[in-house]
Design a protein around this ligand. Structure first.
Ligand code: ADA
Length: 554
């Protein structure tokens, strides 16, 4: 349903009371969906409620499914004036099925609220721009009487032999019992077929086990993929997977038994002209630049990124770190103890895993970034998050990023520990990394976490694009390149570090506001720590990192 929709902002938040879902205001404009409203003229700093409206036309009575691939913040959906439901989140899809919607014109209205507060995720204090809007596609599916609601693939590998578990959830919207043949295909070729009897209104859970020998394994730079399709009556659903085994040993991540040193960058899915509604064409460009840099991994900072991006990584054998948007550098400890905050976090974990589960590129699930991990509240909260991840998917590594490496109490809860530290920028000098890491390893051993894989998940500094000179001054490209180069040398010489993720791939818009004291060092209103600027033009640091990453050949 992408295209031009009606849009009205609701700064006084009166829309619900005034029934805008039945009578859309006259004072409206037309915006393209998906997009961020901040990229419209006059709405740059608008944070709050926005209403969207479009229409859909049915030639006959149909069952429909509406999929909202991502709406920032709080979303309420109305169809013909009726409230279909509410979703909280921002980067994961949700959907509604409406059986037997009559022929004719129907009005779809969405109330999207981008307001950040102390219990939203992220909270109001976050180092990225507060965008709002419908940031990914809205999809309309016309459903037949029998449709596939969900198709989940799991597997266990022994060498190159695999046992594949297929679970298909079939739902009947028919008024009578149906007999239909469920077919499962791999690469278009039938592998299983079974006749099912499905009662009226029933949700049928089908599961099957397949044993395959000598499968081609997915690996870094070796993107072997398999497409599986479930088909019944007039519906089908395809999912693509890759088979690989992830383990850790001797401070390294192993893929299919081989250690891989992770050469990465932190990537926000953001661009000044598009906000978080990042167009696929730009993802291709971004991938080319990241490959050129010599990376084999990307950290998806700080929220579940678009499935299209993950498809590209799957297809190029690049390893991905997926995380939920708990951004904690300034998060008060009381917040993590709040039931609503916790409920939202658990829900986000569930939705992230649901969205990314089949992508072989994803090898890390990360539960939070830089919260105050020195406290008992953080320990208990983290325990819940980690438990949920393990329960939903115990084939990947559970991780997080800490800004308190020397005081952190949650280290033992994780398979992999990410350290964010900005020596040479916010504190000390790049040379300080060595001493800090020695202390960290010692402490991790004492806490019983000495065998974990440790990744440097953030480090770097700001370099303003074009500011080059004869000496490395703060904010110059030269200085940025220098601290990153020094830091990389320290990390690479530490056998207990398993990989590096530079902060960050590209400059992003920050949340610099004249009315607030936060993020005052964000010159131009941007976080300028990118290796490329916001238009993806390389800085000196890009060239240095390319030179270094290309010599790390393991
Ligand atoms: C933190 C945070 C990043 C970014 C960075 C910085 O480590 O995780 O999102 O804000 O600091 O640039 O200061």
């Amino acid at each position: 349903m992408d295209g031009s929709w009606d849009f009205a902002k609701d700064p006084l938040n009166v829309g619900v009371q005034e029934h805008w879902f039945e009578r859309f205001p006259q004072d409206r404009q037309s915006v393209y969906v998906p997009s961020c409203w901040n990229n419209e003229l006059g709405l740059f700093e608008y944070e709050g409620v926005g209403w969207y409206r479009t229409r859909l036309e049915l030639g006959q009575t149909q069952h429909i499914r509406l999929i909202f691939h991502a709406i920032l913040g709080h979303a309420d959906v109305y169809l013909d004036g009726q409230h279909l439901g509410y979703h909280y989140g921002g980067y994961t899809p949700f959907e509604f099925v409406i059986p037997s919607l009559p022929a004719g014109e129907h009005e779809l209205v969405i109330r999207a609220d981008s307001t950040l507060d102390r219990l939203t995720i992220p909270t109001e204090l976050v180092d990225w721009f507060h965008y709002g809007g419908i940031i990914r596609s809205v999809e309309l599916q016309i459903l037949p009487d029998l449709y596939i609601e969900h198709f989940k693939i799991g597997y266990e590998l022994t060498g190159t032999d695999v046992s594949v578990n297929l679970q298909v959830k079939i739902r009947s919207l028919a008024g009578t019992a149906q007999t239909a043949r469920l077919e499962l295909l791999e690469g278009g070729q039938p592998v299983l077929s079974e006749e099912l009897q499905i009662e009226a209104g029933q949700t049928y859970h089908y599961s099957a086990e397949l044993l395959w020998n000598e499968v081609r394994l997915w690996n870094v730079g070796q993107p072997e993929l398999y497409t599986l399709t479930a088909r019944i009556a007039d519906d089908d659903l395809s999912e693509r997977i890759g088979f690989r085994r992830i383990e850790t040993k001797d401070h390294r991540v192993l893929i299919n038994g081989t250690p891989v040193y992770l050469k990465g960058v932190n990537r926000h899915e953001e661009h000044p002209e598009w906000g978080f509604a990042f167009p696929p064409k730009l993802m291709h460009k971004e991938l080319d630049i990241i490959l050129e840099l010599g990376c084999n991994s990307v950290r998806g900072s700080h929220y579940p990124q678009s499935p299209y991006w993950l498809d590209l990584l799957d297809e190029h054998g690049i390893v991905f770190w997926s995380e939920i948007p708990i951004w904690g550098a300034m998060l008060p400890n009381e917040t993590v103890a709040e039931p609503l905050f916790q409920e939202r976090a658990l829900n986000m974990i569930q939705e992230m895993i649901g969205l990314h589960i089949h992508h072989p590129s994803v090898i890390f699930w990360s539960v939070h970034n830089e919260i105050d991990t020195r406290t008992q509240d953080a320990y208990v909260f983290t325990q819940h998050l980690v438990q949920l991840v393990k329960q939903l998917d115990n084939t990947r590594l559970v991780t997080y990023a800490t800004m308190h490496p020397l005081e952190d109490v949650v280290l033992p809860l994780f398979d992999v520990i990410g350290i964010n530290k900005y020596f040479g920028w916010y504190e000390g000098e790049a040379g300080n990394f060595k001493g800090m890491l020695e202390q960290f390893h010692e402490r991790a051993r004492k806490l019983g976490a000495g065998d974990r894989v440790v990744l440097m998940t953030e480090f770097g500094g700001a370099g303003l694009f074009g500011d080059v000179g004869w000496e490395p001054r703060l904010f110059s490209e030269d200085y940025q390149a220098q601290i990153i180069t020094e830091a990389l040398a320290v990390f690479r010489s530490d056998p207990q570090i398993g990989g590096t993720y530079i902060w960050q791939f590209a400059d992003i818009r920050g949340d610099l506001k004249s009315s607030s004291t936060h993020f005052r060092d964000r010159a131009r209103g941007f976080n300028n720590k990118g290796l490329v600027n916001e238009y993806r033009k390389p800085k000196q640091s890009f060239r240095e990192v390319r030179r270094i990453y290309r010599t790390w050949n393991d």
